[in-house]
Design a protein around this ligand. Structure first.
Ligand code: HEC
Ligand code: HEC
Length: 383
């Protein structure tokens, strides 16, 4: 079906594209239109997560939401997930790097559209959302609560009744299982957080229908930026598909020194953490007897080329979640586009990316790309 539609648009573009272009203000070539279509449709189809028995369960989602805001999951009884993933800051903290009991090594991720990811965290240190969601609870620099501590804390909390209604008597549970259960409740909530439709989506769907009148509403600057994004800029090699991410790991030329003498090994360390984790899709805590998706963790191996690569972030609503990059080192979208425009080839490691080279954009082109990125913003769901 999708192929047919693409073909029809292609025919339409071949027959009328050129002559319509000046009359309608459509600034994209046929090839570019085909690439634009590949960034939708939105929303994507989604199914519940087979590794999480609580996925899609209404009571679990509600309890997961309450736990997200609750200091019951922290040893100091003052920190919640929302301390760093702040609702007023669109699920981030606005800081370059997260701040727990000390400064963390990475930028606090936004929490939208997570259900479509294969890997979680900047280094893909987890292969499922519940594992990523339980990690901060015991992390020494984040919530610092042991499995035992979590079980005790939950037992005396107002959530005990709701927890037991879903998982049975808390008293009988192994503390590690309690941690996993809490991770699954949090994940059930987080996977409901999807960004809405954007000006870009209206444009893309109008192109697919051949509806030039609606397409013409999309601003010229954004069209020029989009044309750079899928064309000369080569951005869509990595920022591909409806999420504007291929879901994999690349080196975008961001320095990986955390402080003098200490580097963030990115995917290299992420794979090590993943292989050591008891909480993968291949492990005993997955609820999926079919082990869907476990092939990925079974097959990843650390290679030199993984060093200093990070997960390609999706770009939906990116304008709402500054600062940018794994270390929050770029404060605005202008700064990000300038970074790609002047990319320092010395910073890309030897066996790194052949996809990036300095684009030498002028001010208008930089602005066009930023205007395009802003059309990926949508009303955000409440946390
Ligand atoms: C002290 C600050 C802090 C707290 C508290 C915190 N987070 Fe985070 N969160 C971060 C940072 C920093 C990252 C990026 C970590 C990385 O990739 O290494 C992150 C990443 C994530 C991600 C990954 C998103 C993605 O795109 O892969 C999820 C999911 C998440 N946090 C959920 C939670 C939940 C659930 C809680 C509460 C149990 C929580 N966080 C508590 C700072 C925090
Ligand atoms: C080789 C793959 C690749 C290409 C090509 C690429 N990117 Fe990226 N992009 C990444 C990776 C990887 C990151 C995260 C890098 C990091 O944190 O170290 C990123 C980060 C970003 C971010 C920040 C997102 C956030 O939430 O922090 C934006 C915006 C962005 N890219 C836009 C672009 C644009 C615009 C282009 C084209 C000019 C482009 N990218 C080309 C891989 C790529």
């Amino acid at each position: 079906m999708r192929g047919l539609l693409t073909f029809l648009v292609f025919c339409w573009a071949v027959m009328f594209g050129a002559s319509y272009a000046s009359a309608t203000g459509l600034l994209l070539s046929e090839d570019e239109i085909g690439l634009v279509l590949s960034h939708g449709p939105w929303p994507m189809e989604s199914a519940s997560d087979p590794s999480n028995v609580m996925s899609g369960n209404r009571d679990a989602i509600e309890l997961g939401r309450k736990l997200f805001f609750s200091p019951v999951l922290s040893s100091d009884r003052q920190t919640s997930c929302a301390s760093c993933h702040v609702p007023d800051l669109n699920s981030t903290d606005g800081l370059p790097r997260g701040k727990g009991t000390r400064s963390l090594d990475r930028n606090t991720s936004a929490l939208y559209n997570l259900r479509h990811n294969r890997w979680f965290g900047w280094a893909g240190q987890n292969d499922n959302l519940w594992a990523q969601s339980l990690a901060p609870i015991s992390h020494p620099d984040e919530m610092q609560l042991s499995d035992q501590g979590l079980k005790r804390s939950l037992a005396v909390s107002e959530f005990r009744g709701d927890y037991e209604a879903l998982f049975g008597t808390l008293g009988d549970d192994d503390p590690q299982q309690v941690l996993v259960n809490v991770g699954k409740l949090l994940a059930a909530h987080l996977e409901t957080l999807e960004t809405g439709r954007t000006a870009f989506d209206e444009f893309r769907d109008a192109l697919e229908r051949g509806d030039l009148e609606t397409a013409a509403v999309y601003p010229a600057a954004a069209q020029r930026g989009l044309s750079l994004f899928v064309g000369r800029g080569g951005c869509n090699f990595c920022h591909s598909g409806p999420l504007f991410s291929n879901g994999e790991f690349h080196d975008a030329g961001v320095p990986y020194f955390i402080e003098p003498g200490r580097v963030d090994s990115g995917r290299h360390g992420g794979i090590k953490a993943l292989r050591a984790s008891p909480y993968t899709l291949d492990g005993v805590f997955s609820d999926d007897p079919g082990k869907t998706g476990a092939w990925a963790v079974q097959n990843v191996i650390t290679q030199h080329s993984n060093f200093g690569t990070f997960r390609v972030p999706g770009l939906r609503s990116v304008a709402e979640t500054a600062p940018y990059m794994h270390n929050g080192s770029l404060s605005s979208l202008d700064a990000v586009v300038e970074h790609y425009s002047n990319i320092d080839m010395e910073r890309l490691h030897a066996d790194g990316e052949a996809l990036l080279k300095p684009l030498n954009l002028n001010d208008q082109q930089i602005n066009d790309l930023v205007q395009f990125l802003k059309t990926l913003s949508a009303p955000l769901p409440e946390l």
